[in-house]
Design a protein around this ligand. Structure first.
Ligand code: NDP
Length: 241
């Protein structure tokens, strides 16, 4: 039977590339995000095994009810990819905008908690499943301006580790992927509130990781045998150390 994957933040960047790769691998994929029009465009290309789902991960009620809106042939969810996330501003802490901090916490921490708390019981009930979280090297290494963004990703890292402890002895796997400098996503444009020039500066002269690299990593992970778990993967371009 085909397995079903739920990818959050599927409308661009890593999430979109992951959907494309997993559809090609033969999975059913539910792609969720706030911009449903982007997901609908993807559905035209990806076909009937792709289900676009409007979902803001910060809205607790919507997340709690998400399973109600999913047709039976896309249930149960076998694999959850917690990818929705963002960085905003990232000025030094003494200049940062509090709204940016709050939004990062709401999306990267609270949103990921909402989805996990909703989907995990269905995996425990069936004693099988796989959760892949998108953390970041920012969760392990300090850097200027990384203050709250890095702390949200440190949460993702430790939450992943603690989940594995809660799930000890069950056939449910948890992996934290920690990408370093990645380009060709909307991440930097969002970080600089749409200032493309500033966004482009981040990647000048650097051959960075591409969304396809992350998608290929996810594809490898979900196709590994179910008896072992890759706890975490740190992926950097050779231009970063
Ligand atoms: P993008 O900005 O291209 O993609 C982010 C995705 O998250 C979009 O699909 C967006 O969709 C979705 N999203 C944002 N907020 C919400 C929300 N409240 N509810 C639902 N979906 C939401 O960035 P990337 O692909 O680069 O980033 C993906 C993940 O990888 C993030 O968690 C990021 O922190 C992490 N990461 C990125 C790195 C990079 O350098 N690019 C490096 C390390 C980690 P929509 O706006 O339609 O809701």
């Amino acid at each position: 039977m085909m397995k079903t994957v739920l990818v959050t933040g599927a409308s661009s960047g890593f999430g979109k590339a992951i959907c494309q790769k997993l559809i090609a691998d033969g999975y059913k994929v539910i792609g969720s995000a706030r911009r449903i029009e982007k997901l609908n465009e993807m559905a035209v290309q990806l076909g009937d095994n792709f289900l676009p789902l409007l979902l803001d991960v910060t809205k607790k009620d919507a997340v709690e009810n998400l399973l109600i809106g999913i047709p039976t042939d896309f249930k149960p969810i076998d694999i959850l990819i917690n990818n929705a996330g963002l960085a905003l501003g990232m000025e030094p802490a003494y200049e940062a905008h509090y709204d940016d901090w709050e939004m990062m916490v709401q999306t990267n921490i609270i949103g990921l908690m909402h989805i996990t708390r909703t989907i995990l019981p269905t995996m425990v009930e069936r004693n099988c499943g796989y959760i892949i979280n998108l953390g970041s090297t920012a969760g392990s290494y300090a850097y200027k301006g990384g203050n709250v963004y890095g702390a949200t990703k440190a949460f993702v890292k430790q939450f992943s580790a603690n989940l594995r402890t809660d799930l000890l002895g069950k056939k449910i796997r948890v992996t934290n992927i920690e990408p370093g400098l990645c380009g060709d996503t909307e991440f930097s444009n969002i970080r600089f509130h749409g200032d493309n020039k500033k966004a482009a500066n981040v990647y000048q002269g650097v051959e960075y990781i591409k969304p396809e690299d992350i998608a290929n990593t996810v594809s490898w992970l979900v196709n590994t045998p179910e008896h072992f778990n890759v706890n975490s993967i740190e992926i950097m371009p050779t231009a970063q150390a």
